[in-house]
Write a protein that binds this ligand. Structure first.
Ligand SMILES: Cc1ncc(COP(=O)(O)O)c(C=O)c1O
Length: 399
C-alpha cells in the first residue's frame, strides 16, 4: 500500500527539538521550542489549573460525549476573556464560539469555514509568520500570500511598509494578524498602530483573522487583547483563533477556541454550523478535559485570581530575562545593538545574528535556536543566561 511513499523530513521546529534530545552534550541548551520553562527548566502546571483539575475530577460522574461545540462554561468564559464582558454583551448573538483542539484546531476549522463560504479565498499572512500557518491553512484549500511586516534592518515592525502592503490587498480578502506576541519576531504593533491598521481594514473592507496564542504574555491580559477588541468593535466580520496552550499551560490537553463575529445573528449561526460540520468531518468532537478545566477555573473567582497572579509572574519573569539578555549581550560585544530584544513581546524574538553563527552555536556549544534566529525567551534561565551571553558574544565577535 505505502511502497511508493517516501518518509517526509521532520517538521523544522519539532525536528530540531528531536536533534536536541539526541545531543549527548550535558551542557546543551534548547532555545528553539515554544514552551514556557521555569528557573529549573521545567514546564510546571499552574497551581490554579491543578486545583481546577482536581475539583473537576472529583465532581465528574461520566465520560459520555460533551456538547459538540464544547464545554458551556469554557465557551462563555473564554469569549469573555478575549473580548471583555462589555463587548460580549453588545455583540449578543453576533458572536459564536466553538471549542477546538488547541489554537491549531481553531485555525484549521476557521480555514474550513472560509473555504466553505468562498472557494478561492485568499488569506494574507505577515512576512514572516509562524511556520505552521502555511500547512494548517493551505491544506484546507486556502491560498496564502504575504504582507510586509518585519524589517531586519530596524529589527522591528516596518509599519509604513505594512500599511502600504495591506492597503494594496483586494477588498474582501482575509488578513491574518497576530493578536499579540508575534511569533516568530516578538515585534508587536503599538495601540496607535492598531488604531491605524483597523481604520485601513475598515476602509478596504478586509476581514481580520486574529491568531491569539499568547494572551497575557505580552503586556497583560487586557492590553494583549487591544487589537482584537478594537477590530471586534469596529468591523462587521472578525475571525479569531484562540489558544489556551501557553497562558493556561495546558499544551497537551489541546484546548482552543474558534470565535466568529459577523454583522448578524443569522450569519453567525450559519458560520458556527459550518465550523461544527467541519469538526464532524475531521475529528467529530474536541477533547473535553482541557476546556472543562479552563472553564471551571474561569468560573471560579478565586481560581481566576490565582491564575492571573501566576500568569503575571511568568510574564514578568520573561521580561526580566529578555532585559538581562539584551543588557548582557550589549556589554559583552559591540557588533550588534541588542536593545530591540528588551522591547520585543512574548515568548519569542529574532536574535538577528548571521545564520552561520546559529550553526556555530549549535555545533560548538550545543545551543539550539531556529535558523531564522528565533529564540524562545522562556528557554533562558537565571542559570544559563551568563553562558548564553558569553557564547553568543564569542561567536558574533569571531564571525
Ligand atoms: C502563533 C501561534 N498560533 C497558534 C498556535 C497554536 O498552538 P496550539 O495548537 O498548541 O494551541 C501557536 C503555538 O505555538 C502559535 O505560536
Amino acid at each position: 500500500m505505502f511502497e511508493q511513499l517516501k518518509t517526509l523530513p521532520a517538521d523544522p521546529i519539532l525536528g530540531l527539538n528531536q536533534t536536541f534530545q539526541q545531543d549527548a552534550n550535558p551542557d546543551k541548551i534548547n532555545l528553539s521550542v515554544g514552551v514556557y520553562q521555569n528557573a529549573k527548566g521545567a514546564t510546571p502546571i499552574f497551581t490554579a489549573v491543578k486545583s481546577a483539575e482536581q475539583q473537576l475530577l472529583e465532581a465528574q460522574t461520566t465520560k459520555a460525549y460533551a456538547p459538540q461545540a464544547g464545554d458551556p462554561a469554557f465557551l462563555k468564559h473564554i469569549t469573555a476573556l478575549m473580548l471583555g464582558d462589555e463587548l460580549v454583551e453588545s455583540l449578543g448573538e453576533r458572536v459564536a464560539t466553538v471549542m477546538t483542539p488547541g489554537g491549531c484546531g481553531a485555525l484549521r476549522m476557521t480555514a474550513e469555514l472560509l473555504v466553505q463560504s468562498r472557494e478561492k479565498a485568499t488569506v494574507w499572512v505577515s512576512s514572516p509568520t509562524w511556520a505552521n500557518h502555511f500547512p494548517l491553512l493551505q491544506s484546507a484549500g486556502l491560498t496564502l500570500k504575504t504582507y510586509d511586516y518585519y524589517s531586519a534592518e530596524t529589527r522591528g515592525v516596518d509599519f509604513s511598509a505594512m500599511l502600504e502592503s495591506i492597503g494594496a490587498i483586494p477588498k474582501g480578502d482575509i488578513v491574518l494578524l497576530h493578536g499579540c506576541c508575534h511569533n516568530p519576531t516578538g515585534a508587536d504593533l503599538t495601540q496607535d498602530q492598531w488604531d491605524s491598521l483597523i481604520d485601513l481594514m475598515q476602509e478596504r473592507e478586509l476581514i481580520p483573522f486574529i491568531d491569539v496564542a499568547y494572551q497575557g504574555f505580552g503586556d497583560g491580559l487586557e492590553q494583549d487583547a487591544y487589537g482584537l477588541r478594537l477590530a471586534a468593535k469596529k468591523l462587521p466580520t472578525v475571525l479569531v483563533a484562540s489558544s489556551c496552550s501557553k497562558n493556561f499551560g495546558v499544551y497537551r490537553e489541546r484546548t482552543g477556541a474558534a470565535i466568529v463575529i459577523t454583522n448578524s445573528a443569522e450569519q453567525t449561526a450559519a458560520a458556527k454550523s459550518h465550523i461544527l460540520s467541519a469538526a464532524r468531518r475531521c475529528y467529530s468532537m474536541s477533547p473535553s478535559h482541557g476546556g472543562a478545566v479552563v472553564g471551571h477555573l474561569l468560573a471560579s473567582p478565586e481560581l481566576t485570581l490565582e491564575w492571573k497572579e501566576e500568569l503575571e509572574f511568568v510574564r514578568k519573569r520573561m521580561n526580566k530575562l529578555r532585559l538581562d539578555l539584551a543588557e548582557g549581550l550589549n556589554q559583552a560585544q559591540n557588533k550588534i545593538d541588542f536593545g530591540f530584544v528588551a522591547e520585543s513581546k512574548g515568548m519569542f524574538c529574532y536574535l538577528g545574528i548571521p545564520q552561520q553563527d546559529v550553526l556555530t552555536l549549535r555545533s560548538e556549544f550545543a545551543i539550539y535556536l531556529l535558523e531564522s534566529t528565533r529564540i524562545n525567551v522562556a528557554g533562558l534561565s537565571e542559570q544559563n543566561l551568563p553562558i548564553i551571553i558569553e557564547r553568543v558574544a564569542d561567536v558574533i565577535t569571531r564571525s
